[in-house]
Design a protein around this ligand. Structure first.
Ligand code: DGL
Length: 285
């Protein structure tokens, strides 16, 4: 069942990144900028997004399918660029391969634990992420004296996709979500969702100046670099790496939404039918 390291030269194989949709492009962007010579295959499950409101079983099944699809490319490492999938399916992804698997939770938690002065950290994310307790468990494991306060902010994803990051409605909703956290005396806020970095300027305006916002995407790229270095799998070629983007659907606002996360429309985008991914489900075996 478990995929072992491919026997071909690991270094030149692509890194596989996946997300429930296009928000993971914020993570891709940091990886591309830190590791310009790496080849990258990104899969955005745009037909089935959002994951954040789905059941644990479904999220684990989708993550399994995508991981097995990426391993078949083959890839040399997997980056789960989705907080919901990282929260609920990291163990299953790891069980499928011996390759390095990077998730978006651990790097953000490590950064937040280093930053906090008063031991009160908050995390915001999708309902599935917050209910999973994954962030709280990681913080507790690193430092049991730190208090972690989680709030699900399900309205943020559609607001970002609508391009309303600067809208008064978003400000009002953000106040509703974040006010209880401010009253808990937090000094550090982890953005536990791929979409939230877009809201950072708006959140900064309503949070007290002493609250540090942690956007883990940069640290995730560094973690990947360390993992590839450790496995002697960094691509040594000096030439720019290639990109291949798979999506399971071209949503109506694909151009606008992908540009919002990436800064431009991605090149080399291919649709992969959902039936193909379903074929990678373990439920069928
Ligand atoms: N990518 C998801 C995450 O980071 C947000 C969108 C969704 O709910 O699928 O949690």
């Amino acid at each position: 069942m478990k995929k072992t390291f491919p026997t071909t030269d690991l270094a030149t194989l692509p890194v596989g990144i996946f997300d429930s949709g296009l928000g993971g492009l914020t993570v891709y962007r940091q990886i591309r900028s830190l590791l310009p010579s790496e080849n990258i295959v990104y899969l955005g499950d745009t037909a089935r997004v959002p994951y954040g409101s789905k059941s644990t079983d479904t999220i684990r099944d989708f993550a399994t399918q995508i991981t097995r699809f990426l391993l078949d490319q083959p890839v040399k490492a997997i980056v789960i660029a989705c907080n919901t999938a990282s929260s609920l399916a990291l163990d299953i992804v790891r069980s499928l391969t011996d390759l390095p698997v990077v998730n978006v939770i651990d790097p953000g938690v490590q950064e937040a634990v280093n930053i906090t002065q008063n031991g009160h950290i908050a995390v915001i994310g999708t309902t599935a992420t917050i209910e999973s307790g994954a962030y709280a468990a990681r913080v507790q494991a690193m430092n049991p004296d730190i208090q972690i306060h989680g709030v699900a902010c399900p309205l943020f994803v559609p607001l970002v996709e609508e391009g309303w990051e600067d809208h008064p409605v978003t400000r009002q909703i953000a106040l509703e979500y974040l006010d209880p956290l401010v009253h808990q005396n937090i000094d550090t806020l982890i953005l536990g969702c791929t979409h939230y970095p877009i809201l950072k300027p708006a959140l900064k305006k309503i949070l007290p100046s002493y609250v540090t916002i942690v956007d883990s995407s940069r640290v995730v790229a560094r973690t990947l670099k360390e993992a590839l270095t450790y496995h002697k799998a960094l691509n040594p070629l000096g030439s720019p790496g290639t990109d291949l983007f798979y999506v399971t659907d071209f949503p109506r606002k694909f151009k606008v939404i992908s540009s919002r996360f990436l800064g431009h429309e991605p090149d080399h985008v291919q649709k992969i039918p959902i039936e193909t991914l379903n074929g990678y489900s373990l439920r069928k075996e």
